[in-house]
Write a protein that binds this ligand. Structure first.
Ligand code: BGP
Length: 479
């Protein structure tokens, strides 16, 4: 394959703090909302908690050595806000910030570029208790306090900053990504209110990076799925356009143009779902421009015509908890606008995520044509059951196949001029899934633990580890 990757291209992989670090309640760290949410999922579904996760807190040197062995040029990870500020604001936890200093120094020592995500679902629980977390505008001020501290601390060591992970997914799955009290869970307007607060927080973080970091570059990490129409019937095509506007453009336009997508806004207003905007908000959003966009791409989606049957019953995305194909609990539905559905042309993972490398190419081409800003992949990967053989091997050829096809698709997009800075698939190492415990695995490195038993979290190299090492060595020529 003709490779379009420059010598600067950042090959690496990703994780997030609560999913990989563990050490959830030691060295001064206080709980985040994810510690609480995941304890609940353990009770309900038997999925592991975030208490130990993959214990990277105690294994970071070993993990970075393995990343180095694979040839990583970059590592994308997030900072746990409540490790640094256990109460969200106020006094810094010295041991907490020291962990990130050590982690970043170890990465730099190994010539691995740190790509920081400031916020990956794990709001300090103290702020949830104080005022309901993201539901309240005060969170924007507190986020600024935290972000300013982190950006200042690492401004000389970190060039690439991502602000908030997957606002689009937070809107869809808000009770898993944020703690929402039972009595508010029926109020869908709050999903967009939270998102508005996040837009403000994102803009503030962008401004801070521009102000404080010499040569710093900043953007959001957006969970993105291109939307295909179920058929070429004009009403299905229109439904796909509606879905694109509300699920994708709604975020892209904020990040790159500094305003809400008109059609999506009109739809939300019509249904009483639009967020409250205060004077100065849109100016701030405009000032907090992005230098690039990080994309988390796993799957494409499909939409079809949905008649306005008079019920106005809006539903958001369902989830597959069982890991058995076909057991997804439902599709997002907006009567009169669109209904999401299964794409009959694509195979899926065991958790019903459509497998579609061409979707990545399409996403890149589409976004780049519209906004002409550099893009990077901060997540892409296959959640699968892995088997550890008696002799300590994991033969994950399915994962290699998935990643290979997606890298080829990225290369094709680059062939047509798309500027791609980095490829950081999910995940560097096995970790806690956001919705399915630890048996759904993504890593190049196997972590020997189960949902019930963390054992010693021993690290083992999967077949994909050796494969990815070659990909990086050959700068994408040998796939
Ligand atoms: C993204 C999140 C990650 C990650 C990934 C896989 O939405 O940013 O945190 O977990 O999806 O999802 P899951 O863990 O649910 O399989």
């Amino acid at each position: 394959m003709m490779s379009n990757f420059s010598s600067e291209f950042l090959w690496g992989a990703s994780t997030s703090a609560y999913q990989v670090e563990g050490a959830a309640s030691i060295d001064g760290k206080k709980p985040s909302q994810q510690d609480v949410i995941n304890k609940d999922s353990y009770k309900k579904f038997g999925f592991a908690t975030a208490e130990i996760a993959s214990d990277q807190y105690h294994h970071y040197k070993e993990d970075i050595a393995l990343m180095k062995e694979m040839g990583f040029k970059a590592y994308r990870f997030s900072i746990a806000w409540s490790r640094v500020f256990p109460d969200g604001v106020g006094e810094v936890n010295e041991k907490g910030i020291q962990y990130y200093r050590d982690l970043i120094n170890e990465l730099k020592k190994n010539d691995i570029e740190p790509i920081i995500t400031l916020y990956h679902y794990d709001l300090p629980w103290a702020l949830v208790e104080k005022y309901g977390g993201w539901l309240d505008r005060q969170v924007v001020k507190d986020f600024e306090y935290y972000a300013r501290f982190i950006i200042n601390e690492f401004k000389d060591k970190v060039k690439y900053w991502t602000t908030i992970n997957e606002q689009s997914i937070i809107v869809q799955y808000w009770t898993q990504k944020c703690y929402i009290p039972q009595e508010l869970q029926g109020n869908n307007q709050l999903r967009y209110q939270i998102n508005h607060h996040m837009n403000l927080a994102h803009a503030i973080a962008c401004k801070l990076v521009h102000e404080l970091v010499p040569n710093g570059l900043v953007g959001a990490a957006l969970g993105y799925s291109p939307v295909y129409p179920l058929s070429s019937k004009p009403e299905d095509v229109m439904a796909a356009q509606n879905a694109h506007d509300l699920r994708n453009a709604f975020y892209l336009d904020i990040y790159f143009k500094g305003h809400y997508t008109k059609s999506a806004w009109i739809y939300l207003e019509k249904h009483g779902l639009a967020p409250n905007i205060e004077a100065g908000d849109m100016e701030l959003i405009k000032e907090g421009y992005s230098d690039f966009l990080a994309l988390n791409y796993y799957a494409s989606e499909c939409a079809k015509y949905c008649p306005d049957n008079g019920t106005k019953q809006i539903r958001y995305s369902g989830v597959n908890r069982s890991g058995k194909k076909g057991e997804i609990s439902g599709f997002e539905t907006h009567p009169g606008f669109y209904e999401m559905c299964k794409n009959p042309n694509l195979d899926t993972t065991d958790w019903d995520w459509a497998i579609d490398p061409t979707g990545l190419e399409y996403m890149f081409r589409d976004i780049y044509t519209r906004y002409e800003k550099p893009l990077m992949i901060t997540e892409n990967g296959l959640g699968a059951y892995d088997t550890l053989t008696m002799d300590g091997k994991v033969h994950d050829d399915y994962r290699i196949h998935y990643l290979r096809e997606h890298i080829k698709a990225m290369n094709r997009a680059m062939e047509y001029g798309v500027e791609v800075l980095a490829y950081c698939p999910w995940s560097a190492i096995d970790l806690l899934s956001t919705s399915n415990g630890v048996k759904k695995r993504y890593g190049f490195i196997y972590v020997d633990r189960t949902d019930d038993d963390p054992k010693e979290c021993k690290r083992l190299k999967k077949d994909s580890f050796y494969w990815y090492k070659k990909v990086i060595e050959s700068n994408g020529e040998e796939l």
